[in-house]
Structure formats: structure tokens, C-alpha cells
Ligand binder design. Sequence first.
Ligand code: GDP
Ligand code: MG
Length: 298
Amino acid sequence: MDNKFRSGFVTIIGRPNVGKSTLTNQIIGEKVSIISDKIQTTRHTIHGIYTDEEAQIILIDTPGVHKPKHRLGDYMVEVSLQSIHDVDVIIFMINAKEGYGKGDEFILEKLQKVNKPIFLVINKVDLIHPDELFPLIEQYKDKCDFTEIIPVSALNGNNVSKLIELIKEKLPIGPKYYEEDQLTNRSERFLISELIREKVLIHTKEEIPHSINVMIETMEERNNNTTYLQAVIITERDSQKGILIGKKGKMLKTIGQESRQDIEAMLGKKVFLDLWVKVQKDWRNRQSLLSEYGFKND
Ligand code: GDP
Ligand code: MG
């Protein structure tokens, strides 16, 4: 049996907000990628690792393909598109509720030149009437030579196990790259900073969600099985710092409390979270800061 084990890389690309990170988490069964209703929630590629007796699927959750407005945006689009060259299967995801758009056209153009299995995954089918599905498939089916067209709901898991089976069929015979219990390639520190960033995204509006970054400055084991964490939310302007702290520190307190609960659930131990806000002017356009914050093309 063992020599029939299959493994490989699968990228999920699509416009922002179609549900790429939700699908990644649904397949992995844990939150490895943060989710929000704001666009550009995912900034780095994140590998989610799915393993069963027959196969290992390394899912690459990418930032959405969008029109970049700053250097960080350039980086995000670049890593999304780069991923199509290094994988065994490409999942091109669309939102059933939104239909065809300019962003899709741009991605499909890139996919024309790729010679590997491409799955069209139509997500959020829970939001449409079944009758709407067929015309949607009609609209897309000739735009690319899709290997499979699969309607799913990443949110409630509908048809996701079918998708996993179809992916497995397309993977080459290969090794188990990661141990069974490893769910992501990202470090604990990275996941923690992402959980904090998610809370900022959930509680803030307009430009703030996109203007912040989170750095973990200290992570130490203390006695009583407690982890001490010092984290900094970096913003671009003093006004944003004010909003993040909030009246009498209320906003920062909410973000801190919700983050701590999630981090405790992830680490399985008590956490003391010391959360700060710092202004770093125009960090999204400063190459040196982008490198320092880990936005590097490798
Ligand atoms: P991404 O930008 O493509 O990674 O999208 P996310 O995974 O962050 O999801 C964007 C939004 O769509 C979130 O509010 C999700 O809860 C929502 N969403 C994702 N999948 C589904 C789905 O299958 N059905 C519905 N109704 N909402 C979904
Ligand atoms: Mg995402």
C-alpha cells in the first residue's frame, strides 16, 4: 500500500474574498489561515497540510489577485501568480454569488499557458438557488480547459470531501513531506500574529485593516504553564493609532481579549498577552520595512 501513497502541492487562486482561506481551513479541519469579510485578508502564502492514509495534499492558500495600490499589494499579487508554476493541481476559485469579473479574466489569461490539471471550484453555493448553478457553469466552462468543475460551500463543508477525492486522483505517487500531525508550514509565532491581525480586521473599518501589521516581540514560557507574549500592532498614522487604542483603551482591550482567547485555544495553555500600538510611517511602501516584516519573495 505504502508505495501507492500520493502527495503533492495544490494552489488555490482567485479574487479576494471568494473563500480561499475558508476552504483551506475546511480541508485541514483547523484554522491555519485567518478569515474576514475585508478584502486582502491573506497577505502571505500559507501552506495547509492535509494527510490521510492514502495521500498528503499541501494546499497553498494565496492572497487574492487584485489591482495593487502599493508595494505590499505588488508582493501579494506576485506570490499568488507565482504559485501556479510550482504545483501539481491548480484550484481556480470563484464566488457563485458574484459571477464573472475582470479579476477572473486576468487570472484565466495566466492559466491559458499552464499545462496541468485546473479545477474550477464554484464556492458559496449555499448563497444561490440550485437553478442558478447551470448558467454559471455555462459561462465559465469554455474559458479554460478545466479538468473538473466542482460547486462547493467552503463555509459549511458541502462537497468538500468530494473535492479532496478528486484532488487525490491527480496527485503523483510521492513521499509524505510532513508528519501527519503537522497542519501548516507556518510557525506558531506567525499564526499568533495572524490571529491578532484577524481581530483588528474584524473590529476596524476603511483603511485601517490594510494599514496594520502585527509583530511578536517576545514569546516566553513562564511558570504555571503560562506563555508570556508581547506583541505590537504597527500602524501608518497617529490617527490610526488613536482609533486602535479607542476611548479609554476600549478597542485595544477588545482586540487583546479576543486574540488571547484564540491563542490560548491554539496553544492549549494560558496566555498573558501584552499588546501595544506603534506608528511606523508608510511601512507598506518601504522596502526595508517590508523585508523586516517578512514580505520577501523567496
Ligand atoms: P479569501 O479572501 O478568498 O481567502 O476569502 P475568505 O476565506 O477570507 O472569506 C471571505 C468571506 O467569505 C468570509 O466572510 C467568509 O466567511 C465568506 N465565505 C467563505 N466561503 C463561504 C461559503 O461557502 N459560503 C458563504 N456564505 N460564505 C463564505
Ligand atoms: Mg484569504
